[in-house]
Design a protein around this ligand. Sequence first.
Ligand SMILES: [Mg+2]
Length: 181
Amino acid sequence: MSVIYLDMDGVLADFFGGIADLYNVDHWKSIKDKDKVFVDLRNTDFFNTLNPFPTTFKLAEHVKTVAWQNEIRCGINSSPLRGDKYNSAYWKRIWLERMNLMPNDLDDLVFTENKHKFTKDPVDRRPNILIDDKPENIDNFNAAGGIGIRYQANQDDLEEYLFIELEKAIAIINATPKSSS
Ligand SMILES: [Mg+2]
C-alpha cells in the first residue's frame, strides 16, 4: 500500500521562523554563518519549539482523508539534523505527538537523509508520494520512481495548488498496476 509522506520543516513546522526568532533576525537569509547555526542546534530541543503554520492542521487532515478514501497510508518523512540524528529525531517526534500529527502506523514515521529510498511500496511496487519544500528532495524522489510534490507552506496555496497536485499524484498511483511478485 502506497504512502503519502509529509516533510516536517517548511511543510508542517516553521523551521525558518524558529531560526529567525532564535537569532533575533527578520529572516533566515540575514544569517551569515548558517553552518554555525546547524552546529548550535545540536543537543537542543529546538525542533520541539517550532510553531506549526496556519495551514498545518488543515493540510494534515486533508492528507489523512484522501489517503483513507484511496486506501493509501500517510506518514512523515523528515531529515534529521546533520551530526545530531538521534537527538533531533527525538524532539521531532515529541513535537509530532504534541501536535497530534503522529502517523497511525509507526512504520510510516521515517527520519532519514535518504528520502528517495522510500519511493515505492515494497510489496506492490506502487509509487509513494512525498510533499516537501526542498527541490533537491523532490528531484531525487522523482528520479527514484516516486511522486514528489514541491510545497512550501508559507509560499504555496493549499487548496488552489497542493490539493490539486495531490489529486493528480493519487490518480497516478491508482492507475499503476500492482506488482504480483
Ligand atoms: Mg523541509
